[in-house]
Design a protein around this ligand. Sequence first.
Ligand code: ADP
Ligand code: MG
Length: 326
Amino acid sequence: MREKVVEVKNLSKIFKQYKKKPGLLGSLKSLFKREYISIDAVKSVSFDIEEGEFVGFIGPNGAGKTTTLKCLSGLLFPSSGTINVLGFTPFDRKTEFLKQISLVMGQKNQLWWDLPAMDSFLLNQEIYDISKKNFNHTLDGLIEMLDLRDILNIQVRKLSLGQRMKCELVAALLHSPKILFLDEPTIGLDFAMQKRLREFLRGYNSKYKTTIILTSHNMDDVQELCARVIMINKGELAYDGSLDGIVKKYVREKYISLQFLSSVSQTDLEKFGEVIEYDGVSATISVDRKDVPLVSSSILKSLPIDDVDIKEMSLEDVVINIFDKQ
Ligand SMILES: Nc1ncnc2c1ncn2[C@@H]1O[C@H](COP(=O)(O)OP(=O)(O)O)[C@@H](O)[C@H]1O
Ligand SMILES: [Mg+2]
Protein backbone atom coordinates (compact mmCIF):
# COMPACT_ATOMS: atom_id res chain seq x y z
CA MET A 1 0.00 0.00 0.00
CA ARG A 2 1.16 3.49 -0.73
CA GLU A 3 1.98 5.86 2.06
CA LYS A 4 -0.56 8.42 3.18
CA VAL A 5 0.96 11.85 2.72
CA VAL A 6 -2.06 13.96 3.66
CA GLU A 7 -4.57 13.23 6.40
CA VAL A 8 -7.30 15.74 7.03
CA LYS A 9 -9.88 15.19 9.76
CA ASN A 10 -12.87 17.44 10.27
CA LEU A 11 -11.07 20.50 8.99
CA SER A 12 -12.99 23.72 9.54
CA LYS A 13 -11.97 27.29 8.91
CA ILE A 14 -14.04 30.22 10.04
CA PHE A 15 -13.02 33.71 8.99
CA LYS A 16 -14.08 36.55 11.23
CA GLN A 17 -14.53 39.88 9.57
CA TYR A 18 -15.46 43.26 10.93
CA LYS A 19 -18.82 44.33 9.77
CA LYS A 20 -18.61 47.96 8.77
CA LYS A 21 -21.74 50.02 8.62
CA PRO A 22 -21.95 52.08 5.43
CA GLY A 23 -20.67 55.66 5.24
CA LEU A 24 -18.40 57.78 7.39
CA LEU A 25 -20.67 57.67 10.42
CA GLY A 26 -20.73 53.91 10.06
CA SER A 27 -16.94 53.81 10.07
CA LEU A 28 -16.82 55.97 13.20
CA LYS A 29 -19.39 53.84 14.96
CA SER A 30 -17.47 50.69 14.00
CA LEU A 31 -14.44 52.13 15.78
CA PHE A 32 -16.25 51.98 19.08
CA LYS A 33 -18.43 48.98 18.74
CA ARG A 34 -17.12 46.32 16.44
CA GLU A 35 -19.45 43.75 15.09
CA TYR A 36 -18.15 40.59 13.53
CA ILE A 37 -19.53 38.42 10.85
CA SER A 38 -18.15 34.94 10.55
CA ILE A 39 -17.75 33.09 7.30
CA ASP A 40 -17.62 29.31 7.42
CA ALA A 41 -15.18 28.83 4.57
CA VAL A 42 -14.51 25.14 5.25
CA LYS A 43 -16.85 22.94 7.27
CA SER A 44 -15.67 19.68 8.76
CA VAL A 45 -13.94 18.32 5.70
CA SER A 46 -12.06 15.01 5.89
CA PHE A 47 -9.97 13.16 3.32
CA ASP A 48 -6.67 11.31 2.91
CA ILE A 49 -4.26 11.47 0.01
CA GLU A 50 -1.64 8.90 -0.86
CA GLU A 51 1.84 9.41 -2.21
CA GLY A 52 1.90 10.05 -5.95
CA GLU A 53 -1.79 10.82 -6.33
CA PHE A 54 -2.96 13.60 -8.63
CA VAL A 55 -6.07 14.98 -6.98
CA GLY A 56 -8.34 17.69 -8.33
CA PHE A 57 -10.31 19.98 -6.06
CA ILE A 58 -13.38 21.33 -7.75
CA GLY A 59 -16.21 23.53 -6.60
CA PRO A 60 -17.84 26.85 -7.47
CA ASN A 61 -16.36 30.20 -6.58
CA GLY A 62 -16.10 30.68 -2.84
CA ALA A 63 -16.47 26.96 -2.13
CA GLY A 64 -13.41 26.88 0.10
CA LYS A 65 -10.83 25.36 -2.25
CA THR A 66 -8.13 27.96 -1.78
CA THR A 67 -8.74 28.04 1.96
CA THR A 68 -8.26 24.27 2.14
CA LEU A 69 -5.01 24.45 0.15
CA LYS A 70 -3.75 27.26 2.35
CA CYS A 71 -4.46 25.17 5.46
CA LEU A 72 -2.67 22.19 3.92
CA SER A 73 0.38 24.23 3.04
CA GLY A 74 0.58 25.97 6.39
CA LEU A 75 -0.47 29.47 5.34
CA LEU A 76 -3.65 29.39 7.40
CA PHE A 77 -4.37 28.07 10.85
CA PRO A 78 -7.44 25.82 10.94
CA SER A 79 -10.29 26.82 13.26
CA SER A 80 -10.75 23.17 14.18
CA GLY A 81 -9.86 19.70 13.02
CA THR A 82 -6.46 18.19 12.38
CA ILE A 83 -4.15 18.14 9.40
CA ASN A 84 -1.18 15.91 8.97
CA VAL A 85 0.97 16.48 5.91
CA LEU A 86 4.07 14.29 5.57
CA GLY A 87 3.99 13.77 9.31
CA PHE A 88 3.88 17.49 10.08
CA THR A 89 1.23 19.89 11.27
CA PRO A 90 1.43 22.42 8.43
CA PHE A 91 0.87 25.57 10.44
CA ASP A 92 3.93 24.86 12.59
CA ARG A 93 5.79 25.79 9.42
CA LYS A 94 8.83 23.70 10.32
CA THR A 95 11.72 24.05 7.91
CA GLU A 96 11.75 20.31 7.20
CA PHE A 97 8.10 20.57 6.25
CA LEU A 98 8.46 23.64 4.04
CA LYS A 99 11.36 21.99 2.22
CA GLN A 100 9.08 19.16 1.14
CA ILE A 101 6.12 21.08 -0.21
CA SER A 102 5.39 23.84 -2.69
CA LEU A 103 2.41 26.04 -3.36
CA VAL A 104 1.80 27.78 -6.68
CA MET A 105 -1.10 30.18 -7.05
CA GLY A 106 -2.22 31.07 -10.53
CA GLN A 107 -3.21 34.60 -9.57
CA LYS A 108 -0.14 35.33 -7.51
CA ASN A 109 3.34 36.08 -8.64
CA GLN A 110 6.03 34.61 -6.45
CA LEU A 111 8.95 35.53 -8.66
CA TRP A 112 10.83 38.81 -8.41
CA TRP A 113 9.02 41.03 -10.85
CA ASP A 114 11.93 43.28 -11.84
CA LEU A 115 14.55 40.57 -12.08
CA PRO A 116 15.08 37.76 -14.57
CA ALA A 117 13.53 34.46 -13.46
CA MET A 118 17.03 33.01 -13.11
CA ASP A 119 17.69 35.34 -10.17
CA SER A 120 14.63 34.06 -8.36
CA PHE A 121 15.75 30.50 -9.02
CA LEU A 122 19.17 31.26 -7.53
CA LEU A 123 17.52 32.83 -4.53
CA ASN A 124 15.48 29.67 -4.03
CA GLN A 125 18.66 27.66 -4.24
CA GLU A 126 19.87 29.61 -1.20
CA ILE A 127 16.55 29.51 0.67
CA TYR A 128 16.10 25.79 0.22
CA ASP A 129 19.77 25.05 0.62
CA ILE A 130 20.03 23.11 -2.64
CA SER A 131 23.50 21.87 -3.61
CA LYS A 132 24.93 23.31 -6.81
CA LYS A 133 24.92 19.90 -8.41
CA ASN A 134 21.29 19.18 -7.56
CA PHE A 135 20.26 22.68 -8.55
CA ASN A 136 21.84 22.45 -11.98
CA HIS A 137 20.51 18.99 -12.57
CA THR A 138 16.94 19.81 -11.54
CA LEU A 139 16.93 23.12 -13.37
CA ASP A 140 18.17 21.50 -16.57
CA GLY A 141 15.46 18.88 -16.38
CA LEU A 142 12.74 21.45 -15.83
CA ILE A 143 14.00 23.75 -18.57
CA GLU A 144 13.98 20.82 -20.92
CA MET A 145 10.47 19.68 -19.98
CA LEU A 146 9.07 23.20 -20.16
CA ASP A 147 11.09 24.41 -23.12
CA LEU A 148 12.29 27.52 -21.32
CA ARG A 149 15.90 27.99 -22.23
CA ASP A 150 15.58 31.33 -24.00
CA ILE A 151 13.67 33.32 -21.43
CA LEU A 152 15.56 32.76 -18.18
CA ASN A 153 17.41 36.03 -18.43
CA ILE A 154 14.49 38.24 -19.34
CA GLN A 155 12.89 40.39 -16.65
CA VAL A 156 9.87 38.57 -15.32
CA ARG A 157 7.63 41.59 -15.89
CA LYS A 158 8.32 41.31 -19.62
CA LEU A 159 7.25 37.68 -19.92
CA SER A 160 3.85 36.53 -21.11
CA LEU A 161 1.51 35.06 -18.52
CA GLY A 162 2.21 31.57 -19.83
CA GLN A 163 5.98 32.01 -19.72
CA ARG A 164 5.70 33.41 -16.23
CA MET A 165 3.59 30.49 -15.09
CA LYS A 166 6.22 28.09 -16.41
CA CYS A 167 8.88 29.98 -14.46
CA GLU A 168 6.67 29.90 -11.35
CA LEU A 169 6.57 26.13 -11.69
CA VAL A 170 10.33 25.88 -12.05
CA ALA A 171 10.81 28.02 -8.94
CA ALA A 172 8.35 25.82 -7.07
CA LEU A 173 9.97 22.57 -8.14
CA LEU A 174 13.67 23.33 -7.79
CA HIS A 175 13.78 21.83 -4.31
CA SER A 176 11.98 18.69 -5.60
CA PRO A 177 9.03 18.86 -3.20
CA LYS A 178 7.15 15.71 -2.31
CA ILE A 179 3.85 17.54 -2.57
CA LEU A 180 2.90 20.26 -5.00
CA PHE A 181 -0.17 22.36 -4.29
CA LEU A 182 -1.51 24.18 -7.33
CA ASP A 183 -4.25 26.76 -7.02
CA GLU A 184 -5.85 27.51 -10.40
CA PRO A 185 -2.62 27.03 -12.36
CA THR A 186 -4.16 27.55 -15.78
CA ILE A 187 -6.24 30.62 -14.97
CA GLY A 188 -6.01 33.26 -17.68
CA LEU A 189 -3.87 31.15 -20.00
CA ASP A 190 -4.77 30.61 -23.63
CA PHE A 191 -5.84 27.20 -24.80
CA ALA A 192 -2.49 26.10 -26.20
CA MET A 193 -0.64 27.15 -23.08
CA GLN A 194 -3.16 25.38 -20.83
CA LYS A 195 -2.49 22.26 -22.82
CA ARG A 196 1.29 22.67 -22.55
CA LEU A 197 1.09 23.09 -18.81
CA ARG A 198 -1.15 20.07 -18.40
CA GLU A 199 1.25 17.96 -20.45
CA PHE A 200 4.08 19.11 -18.23
CA LEU A 201 2.19 18.38 -15.01
CA ARG A 202 1.14 14.95 -16.19
CA GLY A 203 4.71 14.10 -17.20
CA TYR A 204 6.15 15.48 -13.99
CA ASN A 205 3.73 13.55 -11.79
CA SER A 206 4.40 10.29 -13.55
CA LYS A 207 8.15 10.77 -13.73
CA TYR A 208 8.80 11.85 -10.14
CA LYS A 209 5.73 10.41 -8.36
CA THR A 210 5.23 13.81 -6.79
CA THR A 211 1.84 14.12 -5.14
CA ILE A 212 -0.07 16.93 -6.83
CA ILE A 213 -3.17 18.58 -5.47
CA LEU A 214 -4.76 21.02 -7.83
CA THR A 215 -7.75 23.31 -7.70
CA SER A 216 -9.32 24.45 -10.90
CA HIS A 217 -12.39 25.95 -12.45
CA ASN A 218 -11.29 24.41 -15.66
CA MET A 219 -12.84 20.98 -16.09
CA ASP A 220 -10.30 20.17 -18.80
CA ASP A 221 -7.53 20.39 -16.19
CA VAL A 222 -9.31 17.97 -13.93
CA GLN A 223 -10.46 15.68 -16.71
CA GLU A 224 -7.02 15.36 -18.25
CA LEU A 225 -4.97 15.15 -15.08
CA CYS A 226 -6.78 13.94 -12.03
CA ALA A 227 -7.69 10.32 -11.45
CA ARG A 228 -9.44 11.45 -8.30
CA VAL A 229 -11.66 14.40 -7.68
CA ILE A 230 -12.69 16.02 -4.42
CA MET A 231 -15.65 18.31 -4.80
CA ILE A 232 -16.44 20.93 -2.23
CA ASN A 233 -19.44 23.16 -2.18
CA LYS A 234 -20.14 25.87 0.38
CA GLY A 235 -17.28 24.56 2.48
CA GLU A 236 -18.57 21.02 2.63
CA LEU A 237 -17.26 17.87 1.03
CA ALA A 238 -19.74 16.98 -1.69
CA TYR A 239 -17.92 14.15 -3.47
CA ASP A 240 -14.67 12.23 -3.27
CA GLY A 241 -13.93 9.62 -5.90
CA SER A 242 -13.25 9.03 -9.55
CA LEU A 243 -14.22 11.46 -12.25
CA ASP A 244 -16.57 9.00 -13.95
CA GLY A 245 -18.15 8.35 -10.60
CA ILE A 246 -19.41 11.94 -10.46
CA VAL A 247 -21.34 11.50 -13.66
CA LYS A 248 -22.69 8.14 -12.54
CA LYS A 249 -23.66 9.43 -9.12
CA TYR A 250 -25.36 12.60 -10.22
CA VAL A 251 -26.73 11.82 -13.65
CA ARG A 252 -29.35 9.15 -14.01
CA GLU A 253 -29.84 9.54 -17.73
CA LYS A 254 -27.80 9.05 -20.84
CA TYR A 255 -28.54 10.58 -24.20
CA ILE A 256 -29.22 8.56 -27.31
CA SER A 257 -28.68 10.54 -30.50
CA LEU A 258 -30.31 9.17 -33.61
CA GLN A 259 -30.07 9.81 -37.34
CA PHE A 260 -32.99 8.50 -39.35
CA LEU A 261 -33.04 7.12 -42.90
CA SER A 262 -36.54 8.49 -43.37
CA SER A 263 -38.59 10.82 -41.26
CA VAL A 264 -39.84 9.62 -37.88
CA SER A 265 -42.58 11.31 -35.88
CA GLN A 266 -41.97 12.75 -32.44
CA THR A 267 -44.81 10.62 -31.02
CA ASP A 268 -43.00 7.47 -32.13
CA LEU A 269 -39.89 8.64 -30.32
CA GLU A 270 -41.67 9.49 -27.09
CA LYS A 271 -42.33 5.80 -26.52
CA PHE A 272 -38.59 5.35 -25.90
CA GLY A 273 -37.71 8.29 -23.69
CA GLU A 274 -37.87 12.02 -23.21
CA VAL A 275 -37.26 13.81 -26.50
CA ILE A 276 -34.62 16.49 -26.02
CA GLU A 277 -34.00 17.49 -29.64
CA TYR A 278 -36.01 16.66 -32.71
CA ASP A 279 -35.98 17.84 -36.33
CA GLY A 280 -37.64 15.01 -38.25
CA VAL A 281 -34.45 13.40 -39.54
CA SER A 282 -32.45 13.39 -36.33
CA ALA A 283 -33.26 13.45 -32.63
CA THR A 284 -31.82 13.07 -29.16
CA ILE A 285 -33.70 11.31 -26.41
CA SER A 286 -32.89 11.03 -22.76
CA VAL A 287 -33.07 7.55 -21.24
CA ASP A 288 -32.45 6.17 -17.76
CA ARG A 289 -28.86 4.82 -17.85
CA LYS A 290 -29.87 1.30 -16.80
CA ASP A 291 -32.37 1.10 -19.68
CA VAL A 292 -29.97 2.17 -22.42
CA PRO A 293 -29.10 -1.30 -23.79
CA LEU A 294 -32.73 -2.39 -23.97
CA VAL A 295 -34.07 0.89 -25.36
CA SER A 296 -31.38 1.20 -28.00
CA SER A 297 -31.95 -2.31 -29.27
CA SER A 298 -35.70 -1.81 -29.54
CA ILE A 299 -35.15 1.51 -31.33
CA LEU A 300 -32.90 -0.27 -33.82
CA LYS A 301 -35.59 -2.87 -34.38
CA SER A 302 -38.55 -0.54 -34.82
CA LEU A 303 -37.24 2.69 -36.43
CA PRO A 304 -35.40 3.41 -39.71
CA ILE A 305 -32.03 4.16 -38.10
CA ASP A 306 -29.00 5.41 -40.00
CA ASP A 307 -26.75 6.11 -37.01
CA VAL A 308 -26.86 5.87 -33.20
CA ASP A 309 -24.65 7.56 -30.67
CA ILE A 310 -24.88 7.18 -26.90
CA LYS A 311 -23.61 10.12 -24.89
CA GLU A 312 -22.99 11.09 -21.30
CA MET A 313 -23.69 14.61 -20.15
CA SER A 314 -20.38 16.49 -20.20
CA LEU A 315 -18.59 16.74 -16.88
CA GLU A 316 -18.74 20.50 -17.16
CA ASP A 317 -22.54 20.43 -17.42
CA VAL A 318 -22.85 17.88 -14.65
CA VAL A 319 -20.79 19.97 -12.29
CA ILE A 320 -22.62 23.17 -13.16
CA ASN A 321 -25.92 21.36 -12.58
CA ILE A 322 -24.84 20.06 -9.20
CA PHE A 323 -23.73 23.48 -8.05
CA ASP A 324 -26.86 25.17 -9.34
CA LYS A 325 -29.05 22.73 -7.48
CA GLN A 326 -27.18 22.89 -4.19
N1 ADP B 1 -8.96 36.08 4.33
C1 ADP B 1 -10.28 35.95 4.30
N2 ADP B 1 -11.08 36.67 5.11
C2 ADP B 1 -12.41 36.53 5.10
N3 ADP B 1 -13.07 35.69 4.27
C3 ADP B 1 -12.35 34.94 3.44
C4 ADP B 1 -10.92 35.03 3.39
N4 ADP B 1 -10.47 34.16 2.45
C5 ADP B 1 -11.56 33.55 1.94
N5 ADP B 1 -12.69 34.02 2.52
C6 ADP B 1 -14.07 33.56 2.25
O1 ADP B 1 -14.11 32.17 2.45
C7 ADP B 1 -14.90 31.54 1.47
C8 ADP B 1 -14.09 30.51 0.69
O2 ADP B 1 -13.12 31.18 -0.09
P1 ADP B 1 -12.04 30.44 -0.99
O3 ADP B 1 -11.41 29.37 -0.19
O4 ADP B 1 -11.15 31.47 -1.56
O5 ADP B 1 -12.95 29.77 -2.12
P2 ADP B 1 -12.55 29.17 -3.55
O6 ADP B 1 -11.07 29.09 -3.62
O7 ADP B 1 -13.22 27.84 -3.59
O8 ADP B 1 -13.13 30.09 -4.57
C9 ADP B 1 -15.46 32.65 0.60
O9 ADP B 1 -16.72 33.00 1.08
C10 ADP B 1 -14.46 33.77 0.81
O10 ADP B 1 -15.07 35.01 0.63
MG1 MG C 1 -9.79 29.90 -5.01
